[in-house]
Design a protein around this ligand. Structure first.
Ligand code: HEM
Length: 456
């Protein structure tokens, strides 16, 4: 009720009164793609535009989003603009695979992400959270963005390989972040590339990064494989080593395992750490909500969580995480390229049409949300898995290619945030608002020091 009376409207880039002319769109994309949008984008159900000869359609209508991501999935692929920056991180893993190859990989990975399998990973999330608060206790003012990045990397390293972050692995988070802020930032060449290898001269730094990154992942797998023979670790690598293709009985090859591990490392820590950062930021803007969450997690402390069902003791925490995913979706846009003709509303789609499905826009759309720009976690009250049930809520995408790690991410984020809130009161005295910047993920424009006050 309180929130409805005085909703907090957290910072977001300026929305233009009219669509930007192409030259300004190019400049704005280079600076912050979330600042490209015009008022009309948040009202229209579909919006067509030709950008330097590329026929593009903004698809906001949940009915047509599902058509693209589900009913007519096979007519759409991830375009070079999306694949090129991510390939050096994810290799040939499931995130970028297409067609029958994607289906085969997804089928083989599915057992590793069932609720039962994710339930086994909870002790890893608890260990990573405890390690994080121990690190944070050392100083009252902290860079939470960095802290969450380390914690999420720690959680995923433990979940994948039963290995905590140590000195040899701590640099991994930084090299991925540097890559995403540097050579991995989508650029104009990505936008104009018709094939993945076009404008090869612009890919040199990405190729160098790919070599370093895969070498690092190979060495982690080797370290884990060197553990005593016959030992069962209860981690994702065990599951990946055990999976067999249901049709051929073949195991995954070493390269396939490496690429899936690299994919999970990327997908598992980059997105979840962004979610944790934005949620903490929102809670500093809304101390009343922060206090309510603290009450909830103190009543059922994170160390007591023994199963996924136990997370139901924290309904408000889940609402706050969902509202964060709505306002600051870690994946701000999903692009798709049409392979053949289709019809979307009154629009004829041809081979090569580029579709923009933007959680950023859809989650702030005026036809789908009341007070769309306000932080109102109560809007998710009583919703079990809103990322599946709510048509205009797509933080994890939708359809058969919905994020395979959604329950993993929600469990991990809940435990990390609960552990932090049970131990500290968070505040931020920086006057400058933190603005989201669009790239592969939704990053903060600067990373201020948060103040943490020890509670008990
Ligand atoms: C808050 C955290 C997360 C968010 C917001 C998120 C979001 C997404 C989105 C939007 C996609 C679809 C991308 C597209 O189709 O263009 C996706 C796919 C995927 N995600 Fe996540 N993700 C998160 C965490 C995770 C975690 C923890 C893992 C694994 C440990 C993971 C693994 C994957 C994989 C493997 C895919 C590709 C699925 C496929 O194509 O079949 N994600 N994620």
């Amino acid at each position: 009720m309180d929130a409805l009376a005085r909703p907090i409207v957290p910072p977001a880039p300026y929305v233009h009164r009219q669509e930007l002319p192409i030259w300004r769109l190019v400049l704005s994309t280079a600076k912050n793609s979330l600042g490209n949008w015009a008022e009309s984008s948040f009202d229209a159900l579909l919006g067509r535009r030709n950008v330097f000869g590329i026929d593009s359609l903004l698809v906001n209508d949940p009915k047509w989003v599902r058509h693209v991501l589900h009913a007519n999935l096979h007519n759409y692929v991830k375009p070079p603009a999306m694949v090129r920056p991510v390939r050096p991180l994810a290799g040939e893993g499931v995130l970028l695979a297409e067609g029958p190859e994607w289906k085969r990989q997804r089928r083989m990975l599915a057992p590793a992400f069932t609720p039962a399998s994710v339930g086994l990973l909870l002790p890893h999330f608890q260990a990573a959270s405890e390690a994080m608060v121990r690190r944070l206790e050392k100083t009252p003012r902290v860079d939470l963005s960095e802290a969450f990045h380390q914690a999420a990397l720690d959680a995923v390293l433990r979940a994948l390989f039963s290995l905590p972050v140590d000195e040899s692995r701590t640099g991994l988070a930084a090299i991925v972040r540097d890559y995403l802020a540097g050579p991995g930032r989508p650029n104009l060449f990505d936008g104009f590339a018709r094939a993945e290898d076009d404008f090869g001269f612009a890919l040199a730094r990405r190729r160098t990064f790919r070599r370093h990154w895969f070498k690092a992942v190979d060495s982690i797998i080797a370290a884990r494989k060197a553990a005593p023979a016959g030992a069962t670790h209860g981690d994702l690598l065990d599951l990946l080593l055990a999976v067999r293709d249901p049709e051929t009985g073949a195991p995954l090859s070493d390269v396939e395992i490496r690429d899936q591990c690299a994919t999970m490392l990327l997908a598992g820590f980059e997105t979840t750490s962004r979610l944790l950062f934005w949620c903490s930021y929102l809670l500093t803007l809304d101390p009343t909500e922060q206090a309510r969450l603290r009450q909830e997690v103190t009543a059922f402390p994170p160390e007591k969580v023994a199963s996924l069902e136990d997370l139901q003791h924290w309904p408000r925490l889940k609402q706050a995480l969902c509202e964060t995913l709505r306002l600051y979706p870690p994946v701000p846009v999903m692009l798709r390229r049409a392979l053949g003709p289709d019809t979307i509303g009154e629009h004829e789609i041809g081979d090569g049409t580029l579709l923009w499905i933007s959680p950023w826009v859809i989650h702030r759309h005026r036809a789908f949300w009341e007070h769309p720009t306000a932080f109102m976690p109560d809007r998710f009250a009583g919703k079990g898995q809103p990322w599946v049930s709510e048509p205009a809520f797509l933080p994890f995408s939708a359809g058969p290619r919905i994020c395979i790690g959604a329950s993993f991410a929600m469990a991990e984020a809940s435990i990390v945030l609960a552990t932090l809130l049970a131990r500290f009161e968070l505040s931020l005295d920086a006057a400058r608002p933190i603005l989201p910047v669009g790239g592969v993920t939704t990053a903060p424009d600067h990373e201020p020091l948060f103040t943490l006050e020890r509670i008990a």
